[in-house]
Design a protein around this ligand. Sequence first.
Ligand code: SF4
Ligand code: SF4
Ligand code: FES
Length: 380
Amino acid sequence: MSTEIERIYREPPARSSAIPTAPAGPVPPTMEIVLDGRPVTAPAGSTILDVCRAEGIEIPTLCYLETLTPVNVCRICVVEVTGSRVLVPACSRPVEAGMEIRTASERVRRSRRLILELLGSAVDLSLAPGVAALMAEYEADPARFGPPAPPADAGARAAREPGHHHRPSGAAAETVAQPVTIDNDLYVRDYARCILCYKCVEACGTDAQNTFAIAVAGRGFDARISTEYDAPLTASACVYCGNCIGVCPTGALMFRSEHEMRAAGTWDEAAQTTTDTICPYCGVGCTLTLHVQGNEIVKVTSPMDSSVTAGHLCIKGRFGYRSVQRRPEEPRPEEPPPEHPGPEAPRPEHPGPHRLRPEEPGPQGPRPGDPVESGGTRPA
Ligand code: SF4
Ligand code: SF4
Ligand code: FES
């Protein structure tokens, strides 16, 4: 060994304790645009929404989420671009050099107001964060379309003839009101709150889960989120990751625990604390945010900016908290520890770590595989 190599071997140079960072990538070229009358320099490739947010201009969004591919369906984010025949969706339209954008013109405001009025007249938006403030800001009046039509019976909307568009009476505003679908133990689907933003479809599909258990069925006003052939979730491809719940902006998809606590009047977000921890079930290391009320885990989410999860989890992270905490109504079996059976005694059949015995009632109603119970009442 040469002297120099021996010296390095015996006295290695001090190493930095700093976490290595990736080398800086090429800085994207910039372009000049005009935003609400002001010249602005914008990075090439950014969307109008990106630039507006960087400039502190508030643009409302409903179907947009940073972790999902834009689908441009709600059109609440539209802005006016000089030379464009129609208003353009800010969430997906990239900026172009020389673009002149108006984010709050009368045409933009009128379009957003109408969208809010149509949604507000047809959908229960009471659990959609921020929508009440938008209604006030845009002076939306959903009641001008008349009183809401009576709710559909359970399954009636799904049974409508495809492609058939019935003529509304004109006396009442058509709505998507319908009973809550409760067909499993983990989450409920309250499509009276659904604005058809497609986020759940994207999260179930290529943007996260790649399970494709749900999609949009029907056309026009009859369009709705559905499993294949409207099968119960328990008979669908659903794997209960709950990623659709995580992205739903209106409360249409909801933990069953939250649904039941809201129905009982005990859901109190102000009294809830959140704690970030790491999922203990496997080595991936997903960040879990435990929502706790009264020393009880009431739901589990994951931070959208987590580099591991981007807000998405699997069934173990999302619903596995049930194994560390029984719901109050769930009876704890009072079983004395079995005596040691001895070497000749037959081995008792093990029921499995999480499986309930047939005579033991489920904690919150039916379990996957039980018949569909539809027509649940919806909490206010
Ligand atoms: S729980 Fe997961 S698999 Fe099931 S519908 Fe939602 S996103 Fe798809
Ligand atoms: S269920 Fe929720 S996420 Fe899915 S389309 Fe309706 S509002 Fe959007
Ligand atoms: S947020 Fe842009 S179209 Fe919905």
